[in-house]
Design a protein around this ligand. Structure first.
Ligand SMILES: Cc1cc2nc3c(=O)[nH]c(=O)nc-3n(C[C@H](O)[C@H](O)[C@H](O)COP(=O)(O)O)c2cc1C
Length: 227
């Protein structure tokens, strides 16, 4: 069989479109790892502030990767609720698919991508559940919509019909408005305590900078990685 390119079928419209896409068609910032702080959290905070200042949309959203009981990976987007000495905080329903996965295997990875600056951050580590009062306070510091959404619950269950959701959502919105302190028992704050945090700065010549932090017993170890 001929493997000449001329004999291969022309690329589909989809593949043609795919090939027209570019990454980092923009001025990228530099990153000098020698001046990076000894710990990853201050650098994360700095890059986050720079992403906001650069006009990056939704820099507080991230991919959350978990694994099921068989070790099969899974991923979805969630919002970052905080990052501090304890770790990176996010919230969800304990009974959701991710909640069940985290109960079975309490390890996860987070991925941030801020294309405006060609930056990616990866965080890996063990996940613990914050006390219920933390989840309650976190939820009630947020919008009525966030409370209504949490009150609907049943996340990741099979939905019978959109009317069913509409009814549950309307009831939840009413309750959230009438009872702003209403508890949403399954709403859970998770804290990922990082063992590894990697900062990636894209470079137009593909000489990307990758700075990886690894937690040791008492401190953090830093090293560069080939891109
Ligand atoms: C921008 C964005 C932000 C989201 N934030 C959250 C969140 O903070 N918590 C959450 O449970 N789901 C959030 N979701 C929905 C999740 O991506 C996912 O659909 C849901 O949590 C169910 O995931 P699971 O079935 O793997 O548990 C968000 C989705 C998007 C697109």
């Amino acid at each position: 069989m001929s493997t000449e390119p001329s004999s291969s079928p022309p690329p589909s419209e989809f593949v043609r479109l795919l090939r027209t896409q570019r990454v980092w068609d923009t001025e990228l910032p530099g990153f000098t790892p020698d001046t990076a702080p000894a710990e990853p959290l201050p650098l994360f905070e700095q890059w986050f502030a720079e992403a906001v200042a650069a006009g990056q949309t939704e820099p507080h959203t991230m991919s959350l990767a978990t694994a099921d009981e068989e070790g099969r990976p899974d991923v979805r987007i969630v919002m970052l609720h905080g990052a501090d000495e304890e770790g990176w905080h996010f919230a969800s329903h304990a009974g959701s698919r991710k909640g069940r996965q985290l109960a079975a295997r309490p390890y996860a990875a987070l991925g941030f991508y801020w294309p405006v600056q060609g930056r990616q951050i990866r965080v890996r580590g063990r996940v613990t559940v914050a006390p219920p009062e933390v989840a309650h306070a976190d939820l009630h510091a947020r919008s009525t919509g966030a409370l209504a959404s949490a009150l609907v619950g049943r996340q990741s269950e099979v939905l019978g019909s959109s009317e069913e959701l509409e009814r549950a959502s309307e009831a939840a919105w009413r309750r959230a408005q009438e009872e702003p302190g209403a508890p949403a028992p399954s709403w859970t704050v998770y804290v990922l305590a990082p063992d590894e945090v990697e900062f990636f700065q894209g470079d137009p010549h593909r000489r990307h900078v990758r700075l990886a932090y690894h937690r040791t017993k008492s401190t953090w170890h830093r090293e560069l990685l080939w891109p």
